[in-house]
Design a protein around this ligand. Structure first.
Ligand SMILES: Cc1cc2nc3c(=O)[nH]c(=O)nc-3n(C[C@H](O)[C@H](O)[C@H](O)COP(=O)(O)OP(=O)(O)OC[C@H]3O[C@@H](n4cnc5c(N)ncnc54)[C@H](O)[C@@H]3O)c2cc1C
Length: 386
């Protein structure tokens, strides 16, 4: 395997996570998909192995290892179970607004428990009428003395009902459009906060995706992140940093499918020889491998760029575009490669006894969440044409 520019430490972490994924996660993957239940046992494995706070700086109890290392971790887990990889990726998404916009006091209050995985986080932007058009958020937050009162509804929220802390985007000034959005941390036990419908999904079935309902939900004013009106900017800065994590998930799913297809092709015999002896199969596998490696390099490049910027390196104007490219490219590769991997297995690829149809279903979500691929293209084109 090509090493990119990984440090000794990153290579060592990759080996450790690869072993955890093989021994603890892989044996559970089919069952998690079948039952659609949140894998609390896998969360416990990640907690014990300090995988929940990889990107959180050490001063807040995390490992302080940055985005590239986090992407490597997500990729290794996604090779065997996309749902389980989302446990780590969604944690980063939920806590990133606190990391980027929280005051020192808020970081000290919220991040240490997120770093150990004692607290699970969620990111709540999407609403029934505000998907790609995230600025159309209608959930209202009104200041009332020392509190804010939230009213509205979110949908499709990963970790709904599982999370302890929800970063919620609501409008404090409906007249001001995207400039009226603000970001809040809502604890799971806030009065007036309940979980609505739980979705029954095509893939990542063990991840819980739910509605959130705010009915005169009262939270302390000290849970506002940054200032009123900064919510949209905080959400976009967050997604710029977390999209490579989803891209890494896509690379992992694709690599897992490719590995399975390569092994299968060598074992399956037709016309008196292994199907791997047929050039038609070899060329398919070669195309798949080239795409996965290209996607991986782009994801690592985006992640390494984020690490440089966040460590005080030079501000990189095209960070949003690079991050969007990584998710666009890697998720399309994941969809193509998993579809081709099913083809390599023929009829067996279509059967639930084999993991490839699950990988194909799981791959699809990477083209949709954290901004659809059409939205990624808008971000990239905006940078090109500015
Ligand atoms: C399993 C799952 C988990 C999720 N987790 C979270 C979460 O944790 N937090 C959260 O806030 N959200 C989450 N989401 C929401 C997700 O980010 C949105 O579903 C996504 O951004 C698309 O919004 P939408 O579903 O409303 O689709 P729409 O915005 O209605 O889009 C429908 C179609 O129109 C296209 N489209 C829209 N606008 C344009 C345009 N300007 N140009 C071209 N094409 C366009 C889209 O690409 C898409 O193909 C999750 C979604 C799913 C399915």
């Amino acid at each position: 395997m090509y090493q990119y520019d990984l440090t000794e430490e990153q290579l060592a972490i990759r080996q450790i996570v690869r072993r955890i994924a093989r021994e603890k996660v892989a044996p559970r993957a089919a069952e998690i998909d079948e039952t659609g239940e949140y894998p609390w046992d896998i969360l416990e494995v990640f907690r014990k192995n300090d995988l929940m706070g990889i990107g959180i700086p050490e001063e807040y109890g995390g490992a302080g290892l940055g985005m590239l290392t986090l992407c490597i971790v997500i990729e290794e887990i996604a090779k065997v179970c996309a749902t389980s990889s989302l446990i780590v990726a969604a944690q980063e998404l939920g806590l990133m607004p606190i990391l980027l916009a929280g005051s020192e006091e808020q970081k000290q209050r919220f991040l240490p428990k997120a770093a150990t995985g004692e607290h699970i986080t969620a990111f709540a932007l999407t609403e029934p009428g505000a998907g790609s058009d995230a600025g159309a958020v209608k959930t209202r937050a009104v200041r009332d003395g020392d509190d804010y009162v939230l009213d509205g509804q979110k949908c499709f929220i990963t970790n709904g009902g599982v999370a302890d802390l929800y970063t919620v985007f609501a409008t404090t000034d409906p007249e001001a459009g995207i400039k009226g959005l603000s970001a809040f941390v809502v604890p799971k036990d806030a009065p007036g906060f309940t979980i609505g419908k739980k979705e029954d999904k095509m893939g990542i079935r063990g991840s819980q995706t739910t509605e959130l309902i705010f009915d005169k939900c009262r939270i302390p004013a000290e849970n506002l992140l940054g200032e009123e009106g900064q919510g949209f900017k905080i959400a976009m800065m967050t997604l710029d940093r977390t999209r490579p994590g989803i891209a890494a998930q896509a690379v992992g799913i694709a690599q897992g499918a490719l590995d399975y297809a390569v092994n299968y092709a060598q074992e399956r015999k037709q016309f008196g020889r292994s199907i791997a002896a047929f050039q038609g199969i070899q060329f398919m596998l070669a195309d798949m491998a080239a795409k996965v490696e290209a996607a991986r390099q782009l994801v690592y490049k985006a992640a390494a760029t984020i690490d440089k910027v966040d460590e005080g390196g030079e501000e990189f104007a095209a960070l949003s575009a690079l991050s969007a490219m990584s998710k666009l490219f890697a998720s399309d590769v994941a969809m193509e490669v998993t579809t081709d991997a099913v083809q390599v297995l023929g009829g067996y690829g279509y059967m639930r006894d084999y993991p490839l149809e699950r990988m194909m279903r799981d791959a699809k979500i990477t083209q949709i969440y954290e901004g659809t691929n059409q939205i990624q293209k808008i971000v990239i084109a905006r940078d090109l044409l500015k």
